[in-house]
Design a protein around this ligand. Structure first.
Ligand SMILES: Nc1nc2c(ncn2[C@@H]2O[C@H](COP(=O)(O)OP(=O)(O)OP(=O)(O)O)[C@@H](O)[C@H]2O)c(=O)[nH]1
Ligand SMILES: [Mg+2]
Length: 319
């Protein structure tokens, strides 16, 4: 008996045939999505990919690391890189998040700088714009959430943004309604270089099921928690037992930074934790497509956001 999976020759041959069938003018490349927290980067990623790849929340600093989302057609492979919102960091985690976001810029073929049409333009937006324009990537500026503002306000903001620098193109869009997103995707394909398939055509993210699960549990926690608590939450999968023809068993730990936060996450008689776990389980089953038995507990790790060993353990590293 070998320890290795048997080779699936038919699958390999089909993959090779697919590779051979690539047209000569096939395009591919990396498209970084950057901007301040909460501007809608992850919402756009999910829409461009057509599946839920990244979690979304109205609270800032939701995304904590680079997340890849792929979209492959007969003509092109678009590899989107969602990044953490660039912000003024107050912890090691914040610093690492910013570094990881900035690192996506020089590696990209196209950079999408996203601005929230419903918010004022800040000096941080201008600073990020300078960084994007300084890179060799094709710079696209996206004015997002145009569904939230009157046309005149969007027009005024577009004029302001045009003055920020020499953009290859500026797109007013709504990541939520999809307005303007198809046109954006077509322009991205045109801006990509000729290139190979970097990932199998059917792959749409670089995350493993476990990574997706930790994020979805954190998304549910973010949904119910307020103020400082969401930022102090981290999730780790402790056990994952796949069972054929039955529910997979998943044990997860929610870490917080203080005893008082643990009390809030558990809630009176465990009510809050039940709500978080129930919401997370439903979403996880929807995304993964099979039943899950989810057991969630809570533990305190004093000041983990400033503790390098915990940050490393959870894979929060500068890319
Ligand atoms: N009305 C409206 N809301 C949007 C749009 N795009 C995103 N949002 C909302 O804005 C909030 C933030 O969205 P995210 O996609 O999590 O933002 P993000 O830029 O990834 O945020 P971080 O990960 O924290 O940097 C969520 O409540 C979204 O539903 C849009 O086009 N219109
Ligand atoms: Mg995000």
């Amino acid at each position: 008996m070998s320890d290795y999976e048997p080779l699936d020759i038919e699958k390999l041959m089909a993959e090779q045939a697919a590779m051979r069938a690539l047209p000569d003018d096939f395009r591919s490349g990396f498209i970084a999505i950057v901007g301040r927290p909460n501007v809608g980067k992850s919402t756009l990623l999910n829409r461009l990919v057509g599946s839920k790849v990244a979690i979304i929340s109205p609270k800032p600093q939701t995304t904590r690391r680079q997340i890849l989302g792929m979209h492959t057609t007969d003509q092109a492979q678009l590899i989107f890189v969602d990044t953490p919102g660039i912000h003024e960091a107050h912890s090691k985690l914040g610093t690492v998040m910013n570094e990881s976001a900035r690192a996506a810029i020089p590696d990209a073929d196209v950079v999408l700088l996203m601005i929230d049409a419903s918010e004022r333009l800040t000096s941080l937006d201008q600073q990020i714009a300078r960084e994007v324009l300084r890179s060799d990537a094709t710079p696209f500026l996206l004015l997002n959430k145009i569904d939230l503002v009157p046309q005149e306000q969007a027009d005024a903001r577009l004029a302001q943004l045009a003055a920020l620098g020499d953009w290859s193109a500026i797109f007013p869009i709504s990541a939520t309604t999809g307005d303007g997103v198809l046109g954006l995707r077509e322009a991205i394909v045109e801006a990509l270089p000729l290139g190979p398939l970097y990932y199998p055509a059917e792959q749409f993210t670089d995350q493993r099921e476990r990574d997706i699960a930790t994020e979805i549990i954190r998304e549910a926690a973010l949904h119910y928690l307020d103020q400082e608590v969401p930022h102090a939450v981290n999730v780790e999968i402790m056990e994952w037992t796949a069972r054929d023809h039955a529910k997979s068993y998943v044990e997860a730990m929610i870490y917080v930074e203080k005893q008082s936060q643990k009390g809030i996450v558990i809630g009176r008689g465990g009510a809050m934790l039940k709500r978080i776990a129930s919401r997370a389980r439903k979403e996880l089953e929807r995304v993964l497509g099979y039943p899950i038995y989810l057991d969630v507990r809570v533990k305190v790790r004093d000041g983990w956001r400033d503790d390098e060993s915990w940050l490393n353990r959870w894979g929060y590293v500068s890319k």
